[in-house]
Design a protein around this ligand. Structure first.
Ligand code: LEU
Length: 379
């Protein structure tokens, strides 16, 4: 049995195990957790990083003896492709067929606003690791998140832009067809008003657009100090590249929200994104043994550096595993109660939940700037 279990531990990832999990002999020896992430399509970089973080933590947890006195955790990761209908179908499968007590994800707030009502109704604990829009945890009492909402991060970024770079006059851009992008813009606007910025214009676009020349040409004539942008990484990269092509100089900095906090931005936009500012609860060079080990192990396993989404997912897998242990059973109600008692110190720093099931502290937020296509922490 133990040999079989360790084999299972090594491959217990992906939908491979979905069918046998409920019926085979070792099923009693495992606790199956579900996840819904974007593993294909234009936003796959986010979900792939999350998957890498979850799997690394999972392997460590299982190697250290699993949960509930020796049960391994098996993780079934479903691909949503960033599509909310696909995400809902995945949730129905995980809840109905696989009977998971916990769902991690989905990746996007837009997806969570569709999935959350379904899992909450079925009383299945759902833990977003990257959902940053306003109102996520208000979906219901079974919906948690380990990611900081935009409203906790964006004001720090905009204040840094003002204090450090003298930004006063801005243009604002956002994707108007995505819940997170719109919510992030609302937070940016509130922060900009609070800081006394002059808002020269507000321009919108669609997440699938590739031509932003009308908006950018207008902005070019307005002599702004910076352009705020709330969107996912693919359209942000397009906007940034086109801005430079249209002659908006590098001195006009972009200021992003959570969607910009991905190495994918540098991969697509290269130097065109240099100077972009983004707030983040984590950065790769963060000192401390836990983070350094995480970065090294992630890199070894995935052949690339982790990003903020990988880090949040890594901690979340631990937080979920500990809650299962505290609950004493793979029971969603009990895990929900146990999550409230979370007191975890991971790669993101100390973590606990508020009564509203959001992260209790935003103390670790730093501002990163793009340089040569990579993020560096501002000193
Ligand atoms: N924070 C985004 C959202 O809430 C997702 C992230 C992967 C960029 O939709």
């Amino acid at each position: 049995m133990s040999r079989l279990l360790s084999t299972v531990g090594a491959i217990a990832i992906g939908s491979l195990l979905a069918a046998p999990a409920a019926t085979t002999a070792w099923a009693q020896e495992t606790v199956t957790v579900g996840a819904i992430e974007i593993l294909s399509g234009p936003s796959a970089a986010y979900g792939t990083a999350i998957k890498g973080g979850l799997e690394l933590a999972l392997d460590e947890i299982n190697a250290a003896g699993g949960v509930l006195g020796g049960k391994k955790i098996a993780l079934i990761i479903e691909d949503s492709a960033g599509n909310k209908d696909q995400a809902v179908n995945a949730a129905r499968k995980l809840v109905g067929r696989d009977k998971v007590p916990v769902v991690i994800g989905p990746t996007l707030s837009n997806e969570m606003f569709a999935v959350g009502p379904v899992t909450n109704e079925r009383k299945v604990v759902t833990v977003g690791t990257s959902t940053t829009a306003k109102g996520i945890t208000e979906i219901g009492p079974f919906i948690f998140r380990t990611s900081l909402p935009e409203s906790d991060v964006v004001p720090v970024t905009l204040k840094t832009a003002k204090d450090k770079f003298g930004v006063k006059k801005i243009a604002m851009m956002y994707a108007n067809d995505d819940a997170f992008s719109k919510s992030g813009f609302d937070s940016m606007k509130a922060a900009a008003e609070q800081l006394g910025f002059e808002i020269a214009t507000i321009e919108t676009f669609g997440s699938k657009d590739s031509d932003f020349s009308a908006q950018l040409t207008k902005i070019k004539g307005l002599n702004v100090d910076a352009i705020t942008i709330s969107a996912l990484v693919e359209p942000i990269s397009g906007v940034v590249l086109q801005a430079r092509q249209l002659g908006i100089p590098a001195s006009v900095r972009f200021i992003g929200g959570n969607g910009a906090n991905s190495p994918k931005l540098g991969e697509i936009a290269g130097g065109a994104a240099d100077g972009l500012l983004v707030g983040s609860p984590w950065f790769i060079a963060k000192k401390g043994e836990t983070n350094e080990k995480f970065v090294a192990d992630y890199k070894k396993r995935n052949g690339k550096d982790p990003d903020q989404f990988a880090a949040q997912a890594y901690d979340t897998m631990y937080i979920v595993a500990k809650a299962i242990d505290t609950a004493g059973a793979a029971d969603s109600d009990k895990i929900r109660e146990a999550l409230y008692k979370t007191d975890f110190n991971g790669v993101m720093g100390p973590f606990s939940f508020t009564q509203g099931r959001d992260p209790a502290s935003n103390e670790g937020v730093v501002v990163l700037a793009m340089k040569n296509g990579r993020f560096e922490i501002l000193e």
